[in-house]
Ligand binder design. Structure first.
Ligand code: AMP
Length: 205
């Protein structure tokens, strides 16, 4: 079974992916993480995608597909949770040639909460774990002790651009996947989000 996660930047897709990964053994595939890994390792692809990622624009499809297919080769036969892919209808059509989509989770959070959460988001420079400033006493990762930093594309102007990209490019996917969509409100407490996920998925997974 494969699941697609849809939602604006900062709605908590990473957190919700963990639910499927930890509780049901799904393999989490985040195209944003793949871009950041390639940028960090200064690969050929990384050097090209950096300009798109840091300005909040979509990376060209051929490059996203190359990274995605490389990653899928490493974990054949697993159930996948696709996070950040597809981002538009063209990508959804490409995905049909790669994997069956059984369910789509649309994660919903109002824009004012998104902007607040993203302004507080910190990422470990080494283990890539994500925290909010409220969770950490200093800018040090509680897991591995390395420095935390603000993601390059988490500045307010770039986040606004990414929200606009969601409206114009990604929103049509809600109609595209209308028969498979489950909407999850992740604006409140995490326990409430987990309850909603359990209601929809515990019996079927
Ligand atoms: P994310 O971590 O999913 O918010 O992605 C961060 C950035 O990576 C995006 O703003 C895009 O520049 C790029 N990116 C991630 N996934 C895709 C995708 N499916 N198509 C194009 N660009 C992507």
């Amino acid at each position: 079974m494969n699941i697609v996660l849809l939602g604006k930047p900062g709605v908590g897709k990473g957190y919700i992916s963990k639910y499927f990964e930890r509780d049901f053994g799904f393999k989490h595939i985040s195209t944003g993480d793949l871009c950041r890994k390639n940028i960090k390792e200064k690969t050929k692809i990384g050097q090209i995608v950096e300009q798109f990622c840091t300005s909040g624009k979509l990376v060209p499809l051929d490059l996203i597909l190359k990274m995605l297919k490389q990653e899928l080769k490493k974990s054949k036969g697993q159930s996948y949770i696709f996070d950040g892919f597809p981002r538009n209808v063209q990508q959804a059509q490409e995905l049909e040639n790669i994997a069956r989509v059984d369910a789509v989770v649309l994660v919903d959070v109002p824009d004012d909460i998104i902007l607040d959460r993203i302004s507080k988001r910190r990422v470990c420079t080494v283990c890539n774990k994500v925290y909010t400033v409220d969770e950490v006493a200093n800018e040090i990762c509680p897991t591995c002790g390395e420095n935390l930093q603000v993601r390059a594309d988490d500045n307010v102007d770039i986040v606004k651009k990414r929200l606009l990209v969601f409206e114009t490019e990604t929103k049509p996917l809600i109609e595209y996947y209308k028969d498979k969509i489950v909407k999850i409100d992740n604006s409140g407490k995490l326990e409430d989000t987990l309850k909603q996920l359990d209601t929809h998925f515990k019996k079927v997974l």
